[in-house]
Design a protein around this ligand. Structure first.
Ligand SMILES: [Fe+2]
Length: 186
């Protein structure tokens, strides 16, 4: 049986309270603080949402599914929502490859179904540079893993994973909600 060894993983969760999450993501007020230390490196519109108090009532069911899939006990992690914001992509917006370290767990809630020409979320395989051309030619791995946006689905992944969004080449308005979580093991 083939096995792989990797610390890269993700899950796409179909939240049981999807309608409630979508409603809150779309009607949420913004916080007063709209400064983003990292936004200068992006070509997207970002808006910090006033959802931190509602975060766990909204997202705990999805986090429970995620940690159950991992067969990990998250009850004593003291998970804290560090930041939650909305991304809006119009034509030619994109997100360069980056990670969310030193945060621990990151999530993306897709607010649209992906359409032709839309920017596409992808994970970047940082180890791909070590794969020789012969292995590449016979199709081993790829440097990117694309995730198709589906409205209401939540993508969860460790914050150290490299990811980005390709250039948005359509006139659709592409929106996502994103968040970063911290937890403690002491
Ligand atoms: Fe990101």
């Amino acid at each position: 049986m083939l096995e792989t060894i990797s610390n890269n993983f993700y899950s796409i969760i179909d939240p049981p309270n999807k309608d409630e999450i979508l409603l809150n993501a779309e009607i949420s007020k913004l916080t007063e603080d709209q400064e983003f230390s990292w936004a200068d490196y992006c070509s997207i519109k970002v808006e910090r949402l006033d959802l931190q108090e509602k975060f766990f009532p909204l997202f705990a069911p999805s986090l429970n599914i995620f940690f159950n899939e991992l067969n990990l006990d998250a009850n004593d992690l003291g998970i804290y929502c560090d930041e939650i914001w909305r991304n809006t992509y119009t034509r030619n917006f994109y997100q360069e490859i980056h990670n969310h370290s030193p945060l621990h767990l990151s999530g993306v809630l897709f607010l649209n179904d992906e359409q032709e020409g839309d920017g596409r979320f992808f994970f970047f395989n940082r180890d791909y540079s070590e794969v020789s051309k012969e292995w590449r030619h016979i199709g081993l791995l790829s440097d990117r893993k694309y995730i198709k946006a589906e409205r209401g689905k939540i993508l969860l992944f460790p914050s150290y994973m490299l990811h980005g969004v390709t250039i948005h080449k359509s006139d659709n308005i592409r929106k996502t909600l994103a968040f970063n979580l911290l937890f403690s093991t002491v």
